[in-house]
Design a binder for this molecule. Structure first.
Ligand code: GDP
Ligand code: MG
Length: 245
């Protein structure tokens, strides 16, 4: 499903960095390492590729083919454990394709990127968030919202109120970052991995199966003619424990 692993942007990455990424990729995860699938989504031109390459290879790519959809692997140490991240840098959110549906289905954590210089790119996240919620069919999906290009302060077109309008109700972390000056880049990916790990440790497989979206709950509830209030109440309190991330 995922495209071939990109072998590093060797023209811009230092050879040591590129080699480190390749070494991880070639070795594959050892048995005791967990692998986490991250999907990077957002409008064209917001800096999805720049952020991903910055994180995976430590360099800033000034121009990157906007049509390229690629995946990167990176091994990280997080809170004393070694994890392998498989990061899918997507392209072309304009149309919703079957392929995209598959990415979302397989992804464990989602980085939703917009540009602080482009208010429309923030609004586009609304649609993506709805798609993730629909496909995952549950509320507490690991998500980080990243407002990129914080270095272009003079061109800022998005206010804190705009962010609250779009993202406020989602209950997910929002961070400003810059791929260009390497501000907050590692933090957004690490935050996402922590959410995935926390979600794994909080939810048993049984709880995961029952943690459906409110629409699913109500559909099931009306089909079963069950006591909506009591069953909803139980589920709600369970979710509350987990939406913190
Ligand atoms: N100033 C600035 N420009 C950026 C930043 N991140 C990406 N860009 C530029 O924005 C343009 C689009 O970036 P790209 O990563 O290709 O966006 P994508 O289409 O979302 O993958 C390129 O010209 C990048 O150089 C950033 O943090 N600051
Ligand atoms: Mg791109």
């Amino acid at each position: 499903m995922a495209p071939e692993l990109r072998r590093g942007t060797d023209a811009t990455a230092s050879s040591a960095q590129a080699a480190a990424v390749r070494a991880t990729a070639d070795a594959g995860p050892a048995d005791n390492m967990r692998e986490y699938k991250i999907v990077v989504l957002g409008a064209g031109g917001v800096g999805k590729s720049a952020l991903t390459v910055r994180f995976a290879q430590g360099v800033f790519v000034d121009s990157y083919d906007p049509t390229i959809e690629d995946s990167y692997r990176k091994q990280v140490e997080l809170d004393g454990r070694t994890c392998v991240l498989e990061i899918l840098d997507t392209a072309g959110v304009e149309q919703f394709t079957a392929m995209r549906e598959l990415y979302i289905k397989n992804g464990q954590g989602f980085l939703l990127v917009y540009s602080l210089t482009d208010a429309a790119s923030l609004r586009e996240l609304q649609k993506l968030h709805e798609q993730i919620a629909r496909i995952k069919d549950r509320r507490s999906v690991p998500i980080v919202v990243a407002g990129n290009k914080s270095d272009l302060d003079g061109q800022r077109a998005v206010s804190a109120a705009d962010v609250a309008d779009v993202v406020g109700a989602w209950g997910v972390p929002h961070l400003e970052c810059s791929a260009r000056v390497h501000h907050n880049v590692d933090d957004i990916y690490m935050n996402l991995v922590r959410q995935i790990i926390r979600r794994e440790s909080v939810f048993t497989p049984t709880a995961l199966a029952s943690e459906k979206s409110p629409e699913t709950d109500s559909r099931r509830s009306s089909r079963n003619n069950g006591s909506k209030r009591s069953s909803d109440g139980r589920r709600r309190s369970k979710r509350k424990m987990c939406v913190i991330l």
